[in-house]
Write a protein that binds this ligand. Structure first.
Ligand code: BTN
Length: 257
């Protein structure tokens, strides 16, 4: 089916009925061109960040990955912005196409509000592949109703009152939005402030201003107030003893609503 006319960024868009993980498939396709998009109607072993699984029941959401090569225009130190950029782009696209407000939980969980409660409806998994490419995978619960949620307490666009849960137009809107944000970011040499990425991310980030606990790689944890997202996309946490510590990986828990 014709989803998006391959444009400046999207060189191919393939849709498969079912697969294990679109991220794994795309990473394994060494011949894939930058801008290749792979969409699955269903994933049988979808993966999330931090070795977690991502449930993707047939036709219940958007499950897709894309291959991006930021190239020489963007120094590799700035590629850490890609998953955050994807979060901003998905949120912008969904606001337009579904009329749903999504909050970004640092680094890139997509939260929606269901009955006054924040719930995770989507997530982003960015993986380096080879020396010059990133596979960016996006999973989004779209039509799932309360009794269909594969993970208790999860959210979906339908539960958040989306005006449309028609997946093709939503995918088109999201891809268009990523194309725009990615193009601007690349044109700015990956500078997140020049492309307004950093301020837009901060405006949509519901982690900022909250009391959080970060579980750091290596088993250490850090508790404090989420103060800012710095130029490298790290979450700056202010601890009780006045130290500002930037955190670049690991899990963050919101300690208070
Ligand atoms: C997370 O919340 O931890 C990230 C979830 C990412 C899920 C998407 S679905 C498409 C792509 N393929 C995968 O196996 N994972 C990502």
């Amino acid at each position: 089916r014709a989803l998006v006319r391959p444009g400046a960024l999207w060189t191919s868009i393939d849709v498969v009925e079912a697969t294990g993980s679109t991220n794994s498939d795309l990473a394994a396709r060494s011949d894939a061109a930058p801008g290749a998009v792979l969409v699955a109607e269903e994933q049988t072993s979808g993966r999330g960040r931090l070795e977690r699984t991502w449930s993707a029941p047939a036709r219940s959401g958007l499950f897709f990955s894309m291959l991006l090569k930021p190239g020489d225009e963007v120094p590799v130190e700035r590629w850490g912005w890609l998953p955050l950029l994807a979060g901003v782009a998905v949120a912008t696209g969904l606001a337009r196409a579904a009329g749903v407000d999504t909050g970004l939980k640092w680094p890139n969980d997509l939260l929606v509000t269901v009955d006054g409660e924040e719930r995770k409806a989507g997530g982003i998994l960015a993986e380096r592949t080879g020396s010059d490419a990133v596979v960016l995978g996006i999973g989004l619960n779209v039509s799932l109703r309360a009794d269909e949620l594969p993970v208790p307490g999860a959210g979906s666009l339908a539960l958040a009152g989306a005006k449309s849960v028609d997946r093709d137009p939503l995918l088109r809107a999201v891809l268009r939005s990523i194309e725009q944000w990615y193009g601007d970011w690349r044109a700015a040499g990956g500078d997140p402030s020049a492309s307004r990425l950093q301020e837009t991310y901060a405006a949509g980030c519901v982690t900022l201003g909250r009391e959080v606990r970060a579980e750091l790689p290596g088993g250490r944890s850090l508790t404090g107030e989420a103060l800012a997202v710095d130029g490298d996309g790290r979450l700056v946490i202010g601890t009780a003893d006045g130290v500002r510590e930037p955190v670049s990986a690991g899990d963050v828990v919101h300690l208070r609503p």
